[in-house]
Design a protein around this ligand. Structure first.
Ligand SMILES: Nc1ncnc2c1ncn2[C@@H]1O[C@H](COP(=O)(O)OP(=O)(O)OP(=O)(O)O)[C@@H](O)[C@H]1O
Ligand SMILES: [Mg+2]
Length: 344
């Protein structure tokens, strides 16, 4: 099973997915969890998995958790099963019937019940009796609670069925049900951690974006700035190749700001303070400045690190927007120190 063209530097991860799919096709069902910080490439990997699964004859059910719809019971289940004909028994379960569009009422909140679990498991098993099934859920951290509970029960239900389940989870992100998410992470038979791209992976991404080969020095500088994160690398390289000073900041900030606000009310201020004051400032001082408790701030900073938001590129973007004088201060070294690329 080959990687999708366009996905670079993730051969090990793609091979792990291919192994899990092959095992699942043979009746050895797996739950794989792919974790990584903001822009680490979770969606890109899940897209590859969906394509691999479809190419190998799986029925693919795919959905993503929606932060704005996280309170909607069975929202993720309804998106997964959108094209599936529900069984008769659904009529006796108002919340499932509502989620699957079988009734006009809105599903009541509350934890998943045993009959609901049973019906969903049966629907999946029925499908798997015909063809192997791949269930792919992106942004599982924002899945509604009953869907997340159902997902975390799957490993015990699928171990002898041709069912492959893949959940993408954003590291450090705000999440709907932290304990249920932990259950899901613990239940996963395989965890794929999307760490930084290697030097060669970063080179492949940069060269794919620029459509030409680049010097080692340029790759090293990009990695020093963006830490091997695909989203940050792409933004940096686009800014560089377009010769637009500060382009990285406007392109990144809307995404970063949304995630910060979701994380905690003081997360935007915390990241701004860290970006502007630099590494010398103490945690109690930042806490005092932004009006929060040091231990709460420590938790937020740990989450920011897991999300990959303490990288030089992100901090520079925040400074660039927050302080007009930062716009004349040294920008990421990729633009200031690099010998021109051929053709740039
Ligand atoms: N291995 C890769 N090869 C090529 N492009 C990649 C790779 N990984 C990610 N990208 C690209 O980098 C960008 C960010 O990736 P992606 O959206 O998959 O990250 P993510 O982890 O899902 O981000 P988020 O935290 O916002 O959900 C996208 O444009 C994607 O196509
Ligand atoms: Mg994503």
């Amino acid at each position: 099973m080959a990687a999708k063209p366009g996905l670079v530097g993730r051969d090990r991860e793609t091979a792990a997915l291919a192994d899990a799919l092959t095992a699942a096709a043979g009746g050895d069902g797996h739950l794989v969890v792919a974790t990584g910080g903001l822009g680490a490439g979770k969606t890109a990997l899940l897209t590859t998995a969906r394509e691999l699964a479809a190419r190998h004859g799986f029925t693919v059910l795919a959905a993503r958790g929606s932060y704005l719809e996280r309170e909607l019971p069975f929202g993720v289940v309804s998106r997964l099963f959108v094209c599936v004909q529900p069984g008769e028994e659904v009529q006796h379960l108002p919340r499932i019937a509502a989620a699957l569009g079988q009734s006009d009422s809105l599903a009541e909140p509350g934890p998943v019940t045993l009959p609901e679990l049973h019906v969903l498991h049966r629907a999946l098993a029925r499908m798997a009796a015909e063809r192997p099934v791949a269930v792919v859920v992106d942004d599982a951290q924002w899945a509604d609670q009953p869907s997340l509970q159902w997902l975390s029960t799957l490993p015990h239900r699928i171990e002898h069925l041709p069912i492959f389940v893949l959940a993408g989870v954003g590291a450090g992100e705000a999440c709907t049900g932290p304990q249920t998410l932990e259950e899901l992470l613990a239940a996963g038979t395989t965890e794929i951690r999307l760490d930084e791209l290697s030097f060669d992976g970063a080179r492949a991404l940069i060269e794919q974006e620029l459509r030409r080969s680049v010097e080692d020095e340029f790759v090293a500088l990009c990695r020093a700035e963006a830490g091997g994160n695909p989203l940050l690398l792409l933004n940096l390289v686009r800014a560089y190749s377009d010769h637009v000073e500060g382009l990285t900041a406007p392109a990144l900030l809307p995404t970063v700001n949304v995630r910060l606000r979701r994380l905690s009310p003081h997360a935007p201020d915390a990241l701004h303070a860290l970006a502007v004051l630099g590494g010398e400032v103490t945690l109690p001082r930042v806490a005092e400045l932004i009006g929060t408790e040091p231990c709460e701030l420590a938790g937020t900073i740990a989450a920011l690190r897991r999300m990959g938001l303490l990288s030089p590129t992100v901090l520079w973007c925040i400074r660039w927007c927050a302080t007009p004088c930062a716009r004349s201060s040294p920008s990421p070294s990729v633009r200031t120190c690099t010998p021109p690329l051929p053709g740039c």
